[in-house]
Structure formats: C-alpha cells, structure tokens
Ligand binder design. Structure first.
Ligand SMILES: Nc1ncnc2c1ncn2[C@@H]1O[C@H](COP(=O)(O)OP(=O)(O)OP(=O)(O)O)[C@@H](O)[C@H]1O
Length: 317
C-alpha cells in the first residue's frame, strides 16, 4: 500500500492524486534512462507502473538483476547469457573490496553472505531465500549459487586437500541432475519445473572451505505419477528410462521398445532433460554405483506404476 509519495501523504483526495500524477510524469519523462536505475528504492514515486517500467527498461537493456534494498530481483532472460555466469565474473565478485558496489548480481548476494560467515568471530549460519512463481528461475539461481560457492569456497593450499575439495564440489553440483530427474517435470509454465521444495545446506569448515552439503526435500507432488494435466508430463526419470535404457535393461525392467504408457503422456516431446546418461553419470559421481542404480531403476513399484498405466490397461507378463 502506497503511504508516502515524495514526502506527500497519498490521501485519496483530488490534490493528492494530481501530485502523484505529476510526480509520475516527471519520473517517467526524466532525462536519465530508466535502465540505469540499479536499485528499486531509487524509484520515486513507488507505484506498480514505475517499478515495472524500470524493470522492463532494464530487461530491454539485457540487465537482468536489480537491487531492491537488501533484496535482489532477478528477471528470467529466457535465453542463455553465458558471460553473466563465467568463472571470471565469479572471481571478480569474490575479489571485489565491496561487492555490493558492483552491478547487482546473484554473485554479489552470494559473496556478501559468504563474507558474513567469514567476518564474524563466531561463525553464524547464513540463509538465502530464493522465491518466485513457477518458471521465475529459482532452480537456476540456486544452481548459480552452488556453482559460485564451489569456486570461491574451495581454495585449499595442498594438492591433496585440493583434490578432496574438488570431489566435494563435484558431488554437490552432481546432486542437481539427480534431484531434477526424480523431482522435476515438464509443466505448462516450465519444461523443468521442480515439483518439490528443497532446503539446501552448504557446510563450511572454519577456514570457510566447503566440506559438504545436505539437501532436505519436502512436499513432492506424488500425485503426478498417476495424474498429469493435459499438455504436462510425468517426472523426467520415467521418460529417461523409457528413452535411454539399453536393450538388456529393457529386458530386465520389462520395458518393451516403443511401448506406450498412458501415465507417460507427451513422450513424443524431446526435452534436454530427457537424457538418461546425464542422470546415471551424476549418480555415479555421487557414489551410487551401477548395480545400485539398476536396483533403483527396476524397483518393483516403478515398473508396476508404469505397467498399470499402459494405454490398454493390460499388464506385461
Ligand atoms: N538466469 C537465467 N539465465 C538463463 N536462463 C534462465 C535463467 N533463469 C531461468 N532461466 C530459464 O528459465 C527456465 C525456468 O527456470 P527455473 O526452472 O529455474 O524456474 P523455477 O522458478 O525453479 O520454476 P519451478 O518453480 O517451476 O521449479 C530454466 O529452465 C531456464 O531455461
């Protein structure tokens, strides 16, 4: 609710409305381009229109991050912007004397949080809340943060500890494809929508090096296994298995080539998330060996679920 505009009380009288309109016009007609406003707290008057116009101008100028005080607003570019996430840029934010003075970026949030842990005499846990509607870019942002910490929170001196740190980083990053295979699905709004909530904990030692991670998941949308809205799909893993299993595995898992399953709609759509190999490789890096993986994939319940969902309602022998 708008309470104050340029120091004037925004009472709904005619005079107040006139002043607000004038302020709005002055703001929108000013010479300084809107896309240069890197903090929404500088937008004045604060109205839905001025905030959206500012974000729109920044989006048009390929500027996808804007501060709003101590909050960062991230716009989904819906296109690859590799230069925005390069290791060089991560190091620049990490090395900056005052990262908050650099352009708004998720790395700036990551670095400030990292420094908050570092600068305290007794380390205190720090949290970053990533929120937004479906498709806004939460998963992407969390992945960026994990990659950022994998780079900045790993600079041990000895070669041996460097190798250990590298293994931990790889494991942390490899948890993403596995979690996404089992917990993400293609929806109307997002081809790779997380159908669960997660709390990711990154653990640092006293030297602020990453020593491990824990992921707690909750509220998995289990009903999706048996019931999907039209134009949506089941969890990625089912399509990965059906599309990527070898002839031997098909035999073991009772999955005939080309069989159609009513619980796996829209399987003719090919998504980059359909790659079984990526999931298997990531599981291997997480320490889940091939026999254990096979046990997971042939889990009776999975097979039974798929079989019951066969178009004609018949079970395979
Ligand atoms: N910063 C970015 N740069 C490039 N592409 C992005 C970025 N953020 C998001 N995307 C694209 O938008 C898609 C949707 O983003 P993401 O899966 O992170 O949304 P989400 O908020 O986690 O959605 P959900 O709540 O449905 O899981 C991504 O698959 C990616 O293609």
């Amino acid at each position: 609710m708008l309470q104050q505009v340029n120091g004037h009380n925004s009472s709904p009288d005619a005079h107040g409305r006139k002043r607000l309109r004038e302020d709005l016009q002055e703001f929108l007609g000013r010479e300084a381009p809107l896309h240069l406003l890197d903090d929404l707290t500088k937008v004045n008057p604060v109205t839905l229109e001025t905030v959206l116009r500012c974000l729109q101008a920044r989006y048009m100028a390929d500027t996808f991050y804007t501060n709003a005080g101590c909050t960062l607003v991230a716009l989904n570019p819906f296109k690859p912007v590799p230069q925005l996430y390069s290791p060089e840029l991560m190091r620049e934010y990490h090395a900056a004397p005052q990262p908050q003075k650099l352009k708004p970026h998720i790395f700036s949030v990551g670095e400030q949080t990292y420094r908050n842990v570092k600068s305290l005499i007794e380390p205190v846990n720090q949290s970053i809340v990533v929120s937004g509607e479906s498709g806004a870019g939460k998963t992407w942002t969390s992945r960026c943060l994990m990659k950022f910490y994998a780079v900045v929170a790993a600079s041990p001196t000895s070669w041996e500890s460097h190798k250990i740190a590298e293994r931990i980083e790889q494991r942390i990053l490899n948890s993403n494809p596995v979690m996404e295979a089992f917990g993400n699905a293609c929806t109307l709004r997002n081809n790779n929508s997380s159908r669960f909530g997660k709390f990711i904990q990154l653990q640092l030692n006293r030297a602020q090096q990453m020593t491990g991670a824990a992921v707690q998941t909750y509220l998995l949308e289990k009903t999706r296994v048996a019931c999907q809205a039209s134009s949506e799909r089941n969890f990625h893993i089912f399509y990965q298995i059906c599309k990527g299993a070898s002839a031997d595995e098909r035999l073991q898992w009772h999955l005939p080539e080309g069989a159609a399953f009513s619980w796996l709609p829209n399987s003719e759509r090919t998504l980059e998330e359909d790659c079984f190999e990526v999931t298997r490789e990531a599981m291997l890096h997480l320490g889940i060996n091939t026999p254990t993986q096979n046990n997971i994939f042939k889990v009776r319940r999975t097979a039974v679920a798929l079989r019951f969902g066969r178009g004609d309602g018949q079970l395979f022998s």
